[in-house]
Design a protein around this ligand. Structure first.
Ligand SMILES: [Zn+2]
Length: 162
């Protein structure tokens, strides 16, 4: 069979050289040599493959343009939207953390459009989210002047002043 003779992997000579050099410098038991050959094979094979897909990462948009006031842009594909986190997991299988690490971004790099997260927190407050089942007493109104009781404001004094 023609297919059997074809060797697709690493050049055997290269592996032999590496093994020979390793064995001459280390104390290797005979039964370890098979493992050694295997691991050298695997390493060299993976080296050859790793070069291709990794290369140099080129962002879809310049980094400083990836965060805008009302949108964030995916550096992987140029997708533009309000929430990057969900897009990353569904489209690229990446967590937000993995994405930041991949692109060397700081951990505080926004993954949600700044105005959108603002809107959301405002909305949450309006809806009363965060209060939940726990009923917290409203904070004392310190800076809002309350009308004093018992003295209707400005009724008499205003009339006299005229
Ligand atoms: Zn994307």
């Amino acid at each position: 069979m023609a297919g059997e003779a074809k060797y697709q992997g690493v050049y055997p000579g290269m592996v032999t050289k590496i093994i020979a050099s390793y064995v001459s410098h280390h104390n290797v038991a005979p039964e370890q040599i098979a493992d050694l050959i295997n691991s050298v094979h695997r390493t060299i094979n993976s080296l050859g493959k790793a070069v291709e897909p990794q290369g140099v990462l080129t962002p879809a948009v310049p980094l400083r343009r990836s965060v805008q006031r009302d949108a964030v842009i995916c550096l992987e594909c140029g997708w533009k939207g309000k929430m990057l986190r969900r897009h990353l997991s569904t489209r690229h299988g990446l967590t937000g953390e993995a994405y930041l690490k991949r692109w060397g971004l700081p951990s505080d790099h926004p993954l949600t459009a700044p105005t959108y997260s603002q809107q959301r927190s405002t909305l949450a407050k309006e809806l009363g989210l965060g209060r939940g089942g726990r009923q917290t007493a409203p904070p004392p109104a310190s800076d809002a002047p309350r009308p004093r009781r018992g003295r209707p404001r400005g009724s008499r004094t205003a009339a006299r002043a005229v």
